[in-house]
Design a protein around this ligand. Structure first.
Ligand code: FAD
Length: 379
């Protein structure tokens, strides 16, 4: 029997892990000693970070999508058949169609999803860019906007921690170019007592907001939105009126995680260095679905995936551990429609955003295209 690696989730991290294993275990796969299988939800792979550009007309929808089978190495056995239950005791994953998969090593890569429905009134009154439909609606709303009050409302937990800052800076440039900034009042709300979870990023963002004239309210934990009066309320008791509400909705993990008793809210308790599910030797967790208290970002998912590939290959070939994950994250940050900066950090080094430049913005735009090489494991 071949050693089988089963990957649940065909998004960013699952795809990188699958392709990396095929490359590094080529000989074992050729001789039939190892098999790599992926269970996904869709034939299509979406580049989620591109959603940020859709409302501003800076990326076309088609650029976000590729056929998943073409992104995956041909040696991956790929099934579009979502996992319904995961039993780590019997080492079995049962899919929605009733197929049963067994494994020697399991990789959980089921990501996270937005939950606007958990805030009363948010689905009716809010706009967002965290899925394609939301990004399209926001594009239409921005094209129709003629001035007024915009609220950028951030809820936790959410993936891509810098995206709320990016969209705020991009809105400024977008509205300024249309001659609408002087007719706009833009307020940014954040649930804790500063503008960003990462303290150095908050310290960097605040003077930038002051400089361009973005208002902000911290300790704003959203309680409800009234679609009729267009007012958003916080649990702390404040109310802000809006003409356009752009929200970063709270997130949850995939339903299958909670349904399988693998983690409250869909977040799997994970060792922050080995990426093993707590209590399992042969179950690994990668990307947004971990409960590790670091940024839920594609970059995090990618660096975790690289570590996981090395460890799985090492365990299969030599029966030993290769290396631990050090918490590395690297994120480009758009600071407008023509400039950007970046942050990198790990468990011991805090982020330190540098001065924005056009060059870094171009790097981010270039990465948006290079992503497809990165997902194939070529970058
Ligand atoms: C608007 C936006 C902007 C972003 N910008 C950036 C950025 O600039 N930089 C950055 O680093 N990150 C960014 N991100 C975050 C990044 O896209 C995610 O953190 C990353 O995709 C996480 O990878 P993942 O593999 O954990 O999850 P995903 O890529 O979401 O993949 C999870 C996959 O699992 C599948 N799945 C779920 N349930 C099941 C099931 N039961 N069975 C099988 N499959 C299942 C899902 O359908 C999905 O395909 C952004 C995200 C958004 C939405």
């Amino acid at each position: 029997m071949p050693k089988s690696v089963l990957i649940v989730g065909g998004g960013l991290s699952g795809t990188i892990v699958a392709n990396g294993l095929c490359r590094q275990l080529a000989e074992e796969m050729r001789t039939g000693a190892v098999a790599v299988t992926m269970i996904g939800t869709s034939e299509t792979h979406m580049y989620q970070p591109g959603l940020l550009y859709i409302p501003f007309g800076r990326m076309r929808e088609q650029e976000l999508f590729r056929d998943q089978r073409r992104v995956l190495d041909r040696r991956v056995n790929f099934f579009v058949d979502p996992a319904a239950t995961i039993d780590v005791e019997t080492k079995q994953v049962t899919t929605e169609s009733g197929r049963v998969f067994t494994y020697d090593y399991l990789v959980l890569a089921t990501g996270s999803r937005i939950m606007p429905q958990t805030i009363p009134g948010m689905t009716e009154a809010g706009h967002w860019f965290y899925d394609l439909e939301g990004a399209r609606k926001l594009r239409d709303a921005l094209n129709a906007f003629q001035g007024g009050r915009i609220v950028v409302n951030v809820n936790a937990p959410h993936k891509c921690p810098v995206a709320p800052l990016e969209v705020t800076f991009m809105l400024y440039d977008f509205l300024k170019a249309r001659g609408l900034w002087d007719k706009t009042e833009l307020t940014y709300t954040y649930p804790i007592g500063r503008l960003h979870a990462l303290e150095p990023v908050a310290h960097w963002a605040q003077p930038e907001f002051d400089r361009i004239g973005v208002k902000y309210e911290t300790f704003f934990n959203t309680e409800s939105v009234d679609p009729a009066t267009k007012v958003i309320k916080s649990m702390e008791g404040s109310e802000i009126a809006f003409d356009l509400l752009i929200t970063i909705p709270p997130h949850a993990g995939a339903p299958v995680i909670e349904a399988s008793n693998l983690g409250k809210g869909g977040w799997v308790p994970t060792n922050s260095r080995t990426l093993r599910r707590e209590g399992s030797d042969n179950v690994f967790v990668v990307g947004d679905t971990t409960n590790i208290p670091i940024s839920k970002a594609g970059s995090t998912a990618h660096f975790e995936a690289d570590v996981l590939i090395d460890n799985l290959v090492s365990l299969i070939q030599e029966g030993r551990w290769a290396r631990d994950y050090d918490g590395k994250v690297f994120c480009f940050v758009e600071t407008g429609l023509g400039a950007g900066t970046y942050v990198w950090f790990n468990y011991t080094t805090p982020p330190n955003p540098g001065p924005p430049s056009q060059m870094i913005h171009w790097f981010k735009l270039a990465y948006n295209r290079l992503y497809w090489l990165s997902a194939r494991g070529l970058l």
